[in-house]
Design a protein around this ligand. Structure first.
Ligand SMILES: NC(=O)c1ccc[n+]([C@@H]2O[C@H](COP(=O)([O-])OP(=O)(O)OC[C@H]3O[C@@H](n4cnc5c(N)ncnc54)[C@H](OP(=O)(O)O)[C@@H]3O)[C@@H](O)[C@H]2O)c1
Length: 340
């Protein structure tokens, strides 16, 4: 134990290490929990205690080495990730007790330069900061509004629609006046979307009737496809796009949990040309200058009861590997959060 101002810090803490880079599907055994000394901050450094972490599908792409923007994790390192943390030591205008976003990684304590930390409203729950007001909520907001350019009366389709990005993207589409169709991996999730989140229709991608269901649910074809998955679902959507349609390429989760990602879909570029479809990839960081606008708008929609943020919570640092496996298997809904 040592004292940092008013805060007491233990001598040791726990970390989740990458034990081995996954071969094939991710397993909890690809990670290992270890105990290490809590770092002692030097001049101008901020020691943070992790309150909660979020896990996103894109972190699996990072372990594959395919998402260059996500960095290149290696065996023997602490698993990376974003968390909400409590400041333990003063520096750079931050004071002990402040609550911040931090690139904490999967560990109980982490040390940072003040410039990588963002001070947060401590009255808002960490899960909200990490979900709808965090990277995934912002991704949904800009992907639907700016990249998809959704207009009232459009038919919008979202894949991985009960997931963290997907459930917010679909609700924003509805708020903007689109008829939103979600694609998910089970009938239960499909019911959640239509009964609780206001989706016009929702389809189980695993159903043997999926092709027919997809056609029936998009009688006016598709104006905007918000693509979280790539793969077969992207190909199915490509064949149903309207003239002048937009495909917002957000992620490729169908190709993350494998060592052998499939090639691209049929229909590119022929269908894009014939139907004058715009297919555009984007990264949320491109919109960093407008994050405040997005957070203010989504907070208003939540207050008005028009936007519901779902969270699947796990308790304790050691549950993070299983939470990650569950997320990729599709057993979580909304944002996946681990509370420490
Ligand atoms: N462009 C950006 O800046 C940006 C930023 C953040 C996230 N993303 C992307 O957004 C997407 C969603 O991320 P998230 O963190 O919100 O994850 P998530 O949607 O909460 O979880 C992933 C979901 O993917 C679905 N899935 C898994 N394997 C699949 C497969 N083979 N085919 C189709 N669907 C499959 C599962 O849902 P079902 O089983 O219900 O289908 C699962 O729930 C990811 O592609 C991620 O890379 C992009």
């Amino acid at each position: 134990m040592h004292q940092t101002g008013a805060m007491t810090v233990p001598a040791e803490h726990r970390q989740v290490m990458i034990a081995s880079l996954p071969q094939g599907r991710l397993e909890p055994s690809d990670f290992a929990v270890r105990t290490a000394a809590v770092p002692v901050p030097g001049e101008g450094e901020v020691l943070c205690r992790t309150i909660a972490l979020t896990i996103g599908a894109g972190q699996r792409a990072g372990l594959q080495g395919s998402a260059s923007y996500a960095g290149a994790p290696e065996a023997g390192r602490v698993m990376g990730g974003t968390g909400v943390a409590e400041v333990m030591t003063a520096a750079g205008g931050l004071l002990p007790g402040d609550v911040v976003w931090a690139p904490t990684g999967w560990q109980e304590y982490s040390m940072h330069a003040p410039k990588v930390l963002t001070k947060l409203d401590p009255t808002i729950d960490a899960a909200e900061h990490l979900g709808v007001l965090g990277t995934n909520g912002l991704t949904a907001y800009f992907g639907v509004r700016d990249v998809g350019a959704v207009q009232a009366g459009d038919t919008m389709v979202v894949s991985a629609a009960a997931g963290s990005v997907g459930h917010i993207a679909g609700q924003i589409g509805t708020i903007l006046g689109a008829r939103v169709v979600g694609i998910v991996g089970s009938a239960d999730k499909a019911r959640l979307l239509t009964e609780r989140l206001g989706f016009a229709a929702a389809l189980d991608r695993r159903s043997s009737d999926f092709r027919a269901d997809f056609k029936a649910a998009t009688p006016d074809r598709i104006d905007v496809y918000f693509d979280n998955t790539g793969g077969d679902l992207l190909e199915s959507a490509l064949f149903r796009m309207n003239r002048g349609g937009r495909i917002a390429c957000c992620g490729v989760v169908s190709q993350y949990d494998t060592n052998n990602p499939a090639g691209g879909p049929r229909g590119v570029p022929g269908l894009l040309i014939n139907n004058r479809v715009r297919m555009e990839g984007f990264l949320v960081f491109d919109f960093a200058h407008r994050y405040d606008e997005a957070r203010a708008q989504m907070s208003t929609w939540m207050r008005e009861g028009r936007l519901t943020a779902l969270v699947t919570e796990y308790q304790g640092l050691a549950s993070a590997p299983q939470a990650f496996v569950d997320l990729l298997a599709g057993t979580t809904t909304g944002t996946t959060v681990v509370r420490l």
